[in-house]
Design a protein around this ligand. Structure first.
Ligand SMILES: [Zn+2]
Length: 382
């Protein structure tokens, strides 16, 4: 029997988030944070249109006499896919970069192909050496740390930003949006992914060698260039429109024959396993709660409907769960016995490794103050 948790009276976040707080009306801190801060950063209607026009002008001015106006990281997920569609509508000449870290679902590959061919977007696929990727992923899995998606996320963004820098494409479109991502507890998010020191350290602990042939992003360089906009500017266009996941899915299905994955970030086989199996079994929380709560908080999903979704088990049956484990163990190159041993072992924490996370925690308020001030950096640092 699962523990009894106190649930917010307005959204569906509950005390499975250890840091949640409730006001006298029983409304949680995520709802009040959205009301007081985030909703003001999401520009809808005319305000959004005005900001969008500013962005398009700035990006196109940069792109004059160049082959591309901007670059777009395309995972095949709903956010980046809709961004590709929006960019086309806005007349931006985009270069899509897809990073293949070996975990793409077949559907994701199909979606990416359809988007690029139907919207006539040039696509570059950067393939991460699987023999290295497998080891980095296995090292993180052995560590048991919360954010098992560090290897994938790090590789994605490192390859994308390194490509942008090398080819001097300053504007990077990013699919982050307040509509669907507004309530992820820090303890659920786990380790910060843009931390090359951590990636190297985890790898070294289990494989005793220096990490090579893996896309890495220097923490300091990445965050500082964000602030001063010297090398690249990250643009969150989805925060300038009345973004609705449901509408986006309908539009993409109609325009580019897009197929839904049935869960946030399920375009990656590993992320699906990470969210649906690993975090639930090892750390005792369901990340989908935060994804679904985000939609309730931003008014895109009714609370009753959200509760109904959450009352259903993540896997339809035991067989489905068993197949997931078989697939992941095989792909990581370990036996199912070893898989279950790792799952049962105590999880290590960030303090067991070298990392830039302490510095990141200190820097975060400053990074976010740039965002709030409405400066050139129009992006919310996570
Ligand atoms: Zn709430």
């Amino acid at each position: 029997m699962s523990k009894q948790y106190r649930i917010c009276s307005r959204c569906v976040m509950d005390s499975s988030d250890p840091d949640i707080t409730f006001n006298e009306q029983g409304v949680c801190n995520w709802c009040t944070r959205y009301d007081n801060e985030l909703s003001k950063l999401w520009l809808k209607g005319e305000a959004g249109k005005a900001r969008l026009d500013e962005w398009v002008k700035e990006i196109k001015d940069f792109g004059k006499d160049k082959e591309y106006d901007c670059i777009l990281g395309l995972s095949g997920g709903i956010d980046s896919s809709y961004l590709a569609y929006l960019g086309t509508k806005l007349g931006l000449r985009m270069l899509a970069v897809h990073v293949d870290a070996g975990w793409n679902s077949e559907l994701a590959v199909q979606n990416i192909q359809n988007i690029c061919s139907k919207l006539k977007i040039d696509l570059i696929t950067e393939v991460v050496d699987w023999s290295v990727m497998r080891k980095v992923q296995l090292a993180f899995f052995r560590s048991g740390m919360v954010n098992q998606d560090v290897p994938q996320d790090h590789a994605f963004f490192a390859a994308l930003y390194n490509y942008a820098r090398k080819n001097k494409i300053k504007y990077v479109l990013n699919g982050y949006n307040i509509a669907t991502e507004n309530s992820l507890p820090l303890t659920w998010r786990g380790e910060y992914a843009m931390d090359d020191i951590l990636v190297r350290s985890v790898y070294k602990r289990y494989f005793k060698k220096r990490l090579k042939n893996f896309p890495l992003l220097n923490y300091w360089n990445f965050n500082m260039t964000n602030i001063f906009s010297k090398e690249y500017v990250i643009v969150d266009l989805l925060n300038c429109i009345d973004f609705s996941k449901e509408e986006a899915l309908k539009t993409l299905a109609k325009e580019v024959d897009y197929k839904d994955y049935g869960g946030k970030h399920n375009e990656s086989r590993f992320t699906k396993f990470h969210q649906n199996y690993f975090l639930v079994r090892k750390h005792g929380f369901e990340k989908r709660r935060a994804h679904i709560a985000s939609l309730v908080i931003s008014g895109l999903l009714e609370r009753d409907k959200a509760r109904e979704i959450l009352s259903k088990p993540i896997y339809n049956n035991l067989q489905e769960e068993k197949e997931e484990v078989e697939y992941i163990a095989k792909k990581l190159g370990i036996s199912e016995e070893e898989f279950h041993q790792i799952m049962a072992a105590p999880a290590l924490t960030i303090d067991d490794f070298k990392s830039g996370q302490k510095m990141h925690k200190k820097l975060l308020p400053y990074l976010n103050s740039f965002f709030k001030a409405g400066s050139k950096v129009k992006r919310l640092f996570k």
